[in-house]
Design a protein around this ligand. Structure first.
Ligand SMILES: C[S@@+](CC[C@H](N)C(=O)[O-])C[C@H]1O[C@@H](n2cnc3c(N)ncnc32)[C@H](O)[C@@H]1O
Length: 213
């Protein structure tokens, strides 16, 4: 579903920060070689992630769902000098692709890849996240939230992608559509949990910002 017209989308992009050249290359190669390139955050959302990260200036970022590394590189732009970004993905075929682009950037030494199921890896990571970006399998969004909350610093930010799920959150729930059901439950969880203040933004497929009080 397109929430706004292509024309308006072009206008918005052309009046926002330009996409860095390295990310243009990453996006092009992802579209040429990797399945499901729609999963990549892309120019506009990428610049949003970059700006939020620069505003927060995090020491420690966790990303759940690396794919080809686009959003990791955007978030890394805001890291402190000694900061670290830890990113998790369970698709081993993407590891070398990600690393090639991480090493072409100036953040190669700060980005740590974790291969495996995020549900197993998150409990092993040390606490004190300043930003967590949740962008993996939708059925586990609520599980990720519960796993990270104790590891998130007060004032820390959770960014959750695809929370409008192509508008399906408004449609009658189809039997066996577990992803939509999970996203709807997750949106309610964020709204109801008193430990966070939450704003759902209609950016791309829906991006929620939640701040831990
Ligand atoms: C939407 S893509 C991430 C896109 C990326 N954040 C970006 O914006 O460019 C989701 C990724 O999550 C990974 N994934 C799905 N389920 C996972 C799980 N349980 N644990 C770790 N990674 C998972 C997939 O392999 C896929 O690469």
């Amino acid at each position: 579903m397109h929430f706004i017209s292509d024309q308006l989308e072009n206008y918005i992009e052309s009046h926002s920060e330009n996409e860095p050249v390295l990310l243009q290359q990453l996006s092009r190669e992802t579209h040429q070689k990797i399945l499901q390139p729609r999963m990549l955050s892309g120019h506009y959302q990428g610049r949003v992630l970059s700006l939020i990260s620069k505003l927060v200036n995090p020491k420690y970022i966790l990303e759940i769902g690396t794919y080809t590394g686009y959003s990791a590189l955007c978030l890394a732009e805001g890291l402190q000098k000694e900061g670290e970004l830890h990113t998790i993905d369970n698709n081993e075929e993407l590891v070398d692709f990600q690393r090639r682009y991480f090493d072409k950037s100036s953040f190669g030494n700060q980005i740590h890849q974790h291969l495996g199921n995020a549900l197993d890896i998150i409990p092993k990571l040390k606490p004190n996240f300043d930003i967590v970006f949740i962008d993996a399998d939708k059925v586990n969004y609520s599980n990720y939230f519960h796993l990270i909350m104790d590891k998130l610093n007060p004032g820390g930010i959770i960014l959750s992608d695809n929370v409008l799920w192509s508008g399906k959150v408004l449609e009658p729930l189809k039997k066996d559509d577990l992803s939509t059901e999970a996203i709807m439950a997750y949106n309610k969880l964020l709204k109801d949990d008193d430990r966070v203040e939450t704003i759902l933004l209609p950016i791309r497929d829906g991006l929620t910002i939640s701040r831990k009080k």
